[in-house]
Design a protein around this ligand. Structure first.
Ligand SMILES: Nc1ncnc2c1ncn2[C@@H]1O[C@H](COP(=O)(O)OP(=O)(O)O)[C@@H](O)[C@H]1O
Ligand SMILES: Nc1ccn([C@@H]2O[C@H](COP(=O)(O)OP(=O)(O)O)[C@@H](O)[C@H]2O)c(=O)n1
Length: 236
């Protein structure tokens, strides 16, 4: 008798949540373990913001930002072990993490023309990953609600602002004094408020998303829980 081992069904997974909840680390970790592609949609918004800033475009000038939305070519590499992001062929993975881009990204990403452009890119990357058989984990703010409303699995990560500020502050190294933690918390809450209150596709939990509070879980525990949910969908 011949036994055939069938490949797992390719699934599309949407992981959303505010800053510092563990979206990137969880998505990369779980995608690497399960042989799936990975897309960091925040990196795309950061990349287009970087392009605007390098061209001298004021992020608060909505009309100018909108007029330039189609101009830069943004390419995302989806290997979770080595994700890449380029703008017009330039590797921008380092500069997009700087304070200047972080301070401007919420204003740029609130512009509807920017969202339409980036959402189109995201949908074509997800469709290609589904076609290839690998499936994909896409993380961001509006993936489950707007970008991929038909995703096979939607997860919304949460954690208190205090926990998220401690994580972000820890990434920067050095002494973790109270003033620094308070400043990190304030920056993070400011960005979450801007992202949640914009009109165009705000940060929101989809009605059919599974909510997971990561505050008292290690990253390994979060990856295991999310991995188990994906495996369940793959075999369904
Ligand atoms: N469950 C967790 N416990 C402790 N630290 C975590 C956990 N999840 C993520 N981190 C750390 O918190 C920081 C922010 O995580 P990240 O994945 O970048 O969040 P997000 O993509 O939601 O902004 C990183 O330094 C990461 O290693
Ligand atoms: N799907 C997404 C992803 C990110 N963004 C925007 O991009 C910014 C940067 O996203 P990010 O995921 O890199 O942010 P952090 O990892 O710093 O939390 C967010 O603050 C949002 O303004 C968005 O509007 N929609």
């Amino acid at each position: 008798m011949r036994t055939t081992v069938s490949a797992p069904t390719p699934v599309v997974v949407a992981i959303d949540g505010p800053s510092g909840t563990g979206k990137s680390s969880t998505s990369k970790g779980v995608a690497a373990r399960l042989g799936m592609a990975y897309l960091d949609t925040g990196a795309q918004y950061r990349a287009i913001t970087w392009w605007m800033l390098t061209r001298g475009i004021d992020p608060a000038d909505t009309a100018e930002v909108a007029a330039a939305a189609e101009k830069p070519e943004i390419v995302s590499g989806t290997d979770p072990l080595a994700p890449t992001i380029t703008v017009d062929g330039t590797d921008v993975s380092t500069p997009i993490r700087g304070a200047e881009v972080t301070g401007a990204v919420s204003a740029v990403s609130a512009v509807p023309e920017i969202r339409a452009r980036i959402t189109g890119l995201q949908r074509s990357i997800a469709a290609e990953a589904a076609r290839s058989g690998a499936g994909i984990v896409v993380e961001g703010r509006d993936i489950g609600t707007t970008v991929l409303p038909d995703a096979d699995l939607k997860i919304f990560l949460t954690a208190s602002p205090e926990v998220r500020a401690a994580r972000r502050s820890g990434e920067l190294g050095g002494p973790q004094d109270a003033a620094r933690l308070a400043a990190t918390r304030a920056d993070l809450v400011r960005r979450d408020t801007a992202d949640s209150s914009r009109t165009a596709s705000p940060l929101a939990r989809a009605a059919d998303a599974v909510e997971l509070d990561t505050a008292d879980l290690t990253l390994e525990q979060v990856i295991e829980r999310v991995g188990a949910m994906i495996e369940e969908r793959r075999s369904a």
